[in-house]
Design a binder for this molecule. Structure first.
Ligand SMILES: [Zn+2]
Length: 234
């Protein structure tokens, strides 16, 4: 008898350990309580999006239900149009409406400097600074073996071809300061060593407005090693 209780506890703990994610736990109850197959289908589809669990998906679907029907139709139509008509710039691989994006087509932007970024969000962030007048090369991801993303899944070959033409003088890496970002930089750097091109990375250090005591050791250590003259910092 005592042995049976013990075994039951172990089984319960094993099940519980699989359900420690509260969202997953909730979704079991939601799944069981669905009163409509249409509602279940809508929740299932939305919960496939990154960062959205079943609970959030249900909240969004119920929100749409309270709004005018036209709003849902507008969202569906915009997403469908985006997915079917979107174009990737043939030069930098950024998302665009035309074969060559506005940045690549701008004659005032120099092709001698190319900034390597992961995706369009980084292009937008750097463009907002107004400090870069070169062109971009969007990798459409970074090397991440755990996610099954290898060099062949990125636009590295087209970058090498671009550098091979000899017009690019500097390649600037603006990738995340993560293991995946560093791996990607290391890999691409090796592909470019044969060419006469300056290779640089964006500076890594203490963000403006942050207090020193809250910086992690790696960031603070790099900031000290890569210190700059005071005149350049103002
Ligand atoms: Zn472009």
């Amino acid at each position: 008898m005592a042995k049976g209780i013990k075994e039951n506890r172990i089984i319960f703990l094993m099940i519980y350990s699989d359900l420690v994610n509260i969202d997953n736990l909730f979704c079991i109850f939601v799944f069981m309580d669905f009163s409509s197959k249409l509602l279940e289908l809508a929740v299932d589809q939305i919960s496939q999006l990154p960062g959205i669990g079943k609970r959030t998906a249900l909240r969004l679907v119920l929100h749409l239900l309270k709004q005018p029907k036209e709003q849902t139709e507008g969202i569906v139509s915009a997403l469908s149009l985006f997915r079917s008509k979107i174009i990737f710039c043939s030069e930098c691989h950024n998302i665009a409406d035309t074969k060559i994006c506005e940045i690549c087509a701008n004659p005032r932007r120099t092709y001698e400097q190319i900034c390597i970024v992961e995706d369009i969000r980084d292009v937008m962030a750097i463009e907002n600074t107004g400090q870069f007048q070169g062109k971009y090369h969007v990798l459409n991801g970074i090397i991440s073996p755990i996610d099954g993303i290898g060099p062949q899944d990125l636009t590295i070959t087209s970058l090498v071809e671009k550098v091979k033409l000899g017009k690019v003088k500097e390649v600037i890496f603006a990738l995340s300061a993560t293991m995946e970002g560093d791996t990607t930089i290391f890999y691409i750097n090796k592909q470019l060593t044969a060419f006469d091109v300056l290779i640089s990375t964006i500076a890594r250090g203490i963000p403006v407005g942050d207090e020193l005591e809250y910086a992690d050791e790696v960031t603070l250590g790099r900031s000290i090693l890569k210190r700059i003259p005071y005149e350049d910092s103002i």
